[in-house]
Design a protein around this ligand. Structure first.
Ligand code: AMP
Length: 609
């Protein structure tokens, strides 16, 4: 058991874990400060050649926990698959492959290939023939390649089963076992699963050799004087939500937790630009500078500190009334440490957690571990924000009146009124407008996000699947985008659609998949290729989408935008059938009623990936 006041022992650094230099350099580049608990436990074990059985949720940093040791062991001169990662869905396979690429930026010549169903065999065969070091794939498609003889696993040294319980739930367990049997006997195996149902235990007992067991589910306690709430990220961007909370929620001082150093700086800058007295603290800062910043928070010269977990360790400032988890923590232990920064010296405190759809599992894990429910909160309404803005505006007027020294200005106003025959109220209004500048004083009602269509209720079976993806990506440095090749015709039984959300909105394929899967009840594996363009995206969905599902998808929100889905006519100009932004959708009736199979609400019994 640990309590919020008990400091954790000094965490190891990535350097302590025995990772080679090119990977350490890449980690510095991506901005990870310290290993997450699962990384600290898993990396040394995998580096020493042991098998690992890890119980860990998405969001704990488990991708890096297996990707870094795999990369450490590669022989880049040998262009044959040396590691295979099995993942339940194509989007997870793509994300894991992207993570490998990010960590291998300092390893010239490194090749990773995602392999999944729904994509033509041609490019996969071509890439396999050219030679790759790591393959990340969905079980069904990997089996297909093994049966065709196009995937050679004879040089394989490591096999990773990611989200094993999810593969079980999706009916892939036989395929997983078949792959295990086709790998060389001396390979290393790492199995990760959020839960350990008996069939997964049996796989572990049969195929893992004396594994190191790692469980990231610490029992923790939180103090009763801290009220805990979460906001389910939907309809508004996290930054806008945070700004709204800062405007309308009475607080004294606030710590905002973000995951990376870069994120703390970027967020602090954005808050400053919005008029908040904010600063970042992170592990890059000299001790003296850190102390100076904390002193400013104590004195009231700063109201918001944006911090990483490491930088906030041991922080004890009575004024901190709120802790806001902008990025969800990796584990329940860090959550408890984070929120323990408020409610100091017997005061009460407030903890707010932002949870994206794919992080629901972590929210439940925190509730289970702390044995306290976390209540869902609504964001302050436009009305509440406007009330506060008006109150502050009045306070400024009152302050100026009280301060005096207005004679000179009063004379000018009198003269203006007399010369132009306008009312003094109009002059006052014009001056207020000048003072305010171009930014409107009040939010408009249309800034209110649509209420969540299915509020707090038990998730349906398919929603329980932890969705993967990088954090909402708003702080990820974006590499220059290569022009997109022309889009291939959809697979038989699929149709191409356009949604009005693109790079400019910060969308990632996972966001679109998540929204469509959740809102339309369509399983993620029925969602085909997604191409993200500047201000829109093009994707393939099962042909014959019923109008009621189209209606739902037109209104669904993703990264603060409505999807406004329409059938794609092959051009990149907005479809004339796309409903107007925010407006009510009027069916056009110009298209014949779609025919063909309905999208599957539940998949067939044994899916192929
Ligand atoms: P995962 O559980 O692998 O999906 O990782 C969840 C998120 O945490 C991803 O956005 C990673 O980029 C991020 N992440 C993983 N390890 C670290 C770390 N040591 N420090 C900061 N962020 C991390």
């Amino acid at each position: 058991m640990s309590s919020p006041d008990q400091e954790t022992p000094a965490a190891p650094s990535f350097g302590d874990l025995g990772l080679p230099q090119p990977l350490l350099a890449a980690l510095t580049e991506v901005g990870y400060e310290t290993p997450s608990p699962i990384q600290a436990a898993t990396i040394p074990a995998l580096l020493s050649g042991r098998d690992v059985l890890g119980t860990a949720q998405t969001g704990t940093g488990k991708t890096a926990a297996f990707a870094l040791p795999v990369l450490s062991h590669l022989d880049l001169k040998l262009a044959r698959p040396q590691a295979l990662v099995l993942a339940p869905t194509r989007e997870l396979a793509i994300q894991v492959a992207e993570a490998f690429q990010r960590y291998a930026v300092q390893m010239p010549g490194f090749q990773v290939l995602p392999i999944y169903g729904g994509q033509g065999y041609g490019p996969q065969l071509h890439a396999l023939r050219r030679g790759v070091h790591v393959v990340v794939g969905t079980p069904g498609r990997i089996i297909d390649h093994l049966e065709r003889g196009s995937l050679d696993l004879s040089a394989l040294r490591a096999l990773v089963l990611d989200e094993a319980d999810e593969m079980l739930r999706m009916g892939f367990i036989d395929d997983v076992e078949a792959v295990l049997q086709k790998t060389p006997p001396q390979r290393q195996v790492a199995l990760f699963s959020a839960t350990m149902p008996p069939p997964i235990r049996r796989i572990a007992q049969t195929y893992l050799r004396d594994p190191v067991e790692v469980t990231i589910a610490a029992k923790t306690t939180t103090s009763a004087n801290i009220r805990q709430r979460y906001w389910f990220v939907s309809g508004l961007h996290k930054l806008d939500a945070l700004t709204r909370i800062l405007e309308a929620e009475p607080y004294d001082a606030m710590i905002v937790f973000a995951r990376t150093k870069a994120a703390t700086e970027e967020l602090a800058n954005k808050l400053q630009a919005r008029g908040v007295a904010a600063a970042a603290i992170n592990g890059d800062m000299q001790q003296q500078q850190r102390e100076r910043t904390i002193q400013q928070l104590k004195d009231g010269r700063l109201d918001v500190l944006v911090a990483t977990d490491v930088a906030a360790r041991g922080l004890d400032v009575e004024r901190i009334s709120h802790v806001l988890n902008y990025d969800i923590p990796y584990d329940t232990e860090s959550y408890v440490h984070r929120i323990g920064r408020t409610g100091r010296a017997g005061r009460s405190g407030e903890a707010i957690l932002f949870v994206t759809p794919r992080e629901k599992g972590m929210l439940r894990a925190i509730e289970r571990a702390t044995r306290q429910p976390i209540e869902e909160m609504r964001l302050p309404t436009v009305q509440a924000v406007n009330d506060r803005r008006v109150a502050r505006f009045f306070e400024r007027i009152g302050g100026a009146l009280q301060a005096g020294g207005l004679e000179e200005y009063r004379a000018l106003v009198d003269r203006y009124v007399a010369e132009h025959e306008v009312a003094a109220e109009d002059v006052a209004a014009a001056l207020a407008r000048l003072l305010q500048g171009d930014v409107p004083l009040l939010l408009e009602a249309r800034d209110e996000p649509a209420p969540r269509e299915r509020p707090a209720r038990e998730p349906r079976a398919f929603e329980e699947r932890p969705r993967r993806g990088r954090d909402d990506g708003e702080f990820e440095p974006r590499p220059p985008r290569a022009p997109k090749p022309p889009r291939e015709a959809p697979q038989p039984g699929m149709e191409t659609y356009r949604v009005e959300v693109g790079h400019v909105h910060g969308v990632k394929p996972g966001n679109i998949v998540g929204a469509i899967a959740n809102e339309a009840g369509l399983e993620a594996r029925y969602i085909g290729r997604i191409d993200i363009h500047e201000d829109h995206s093009i994707l393939d969905l099962p042909a014959g989408m019923p109008p009621e599902i189209m209606g739902v998808l037109q209104k669904a929100w993703v990264v603060g935008q409505q999807l406004r889905i329409s059938r794609w006519d092959g051009s990149h100009a907005p479809s004339p059938n796309a409903p107007p932004a925010r407006g009510r959708f009027r069916p056009t009736g110009t298209r014949p009623a779609p025919r063909g199979p309905k999208p599957h609400r539940k998949g067939p019994p044994r899916p192929r990936s």
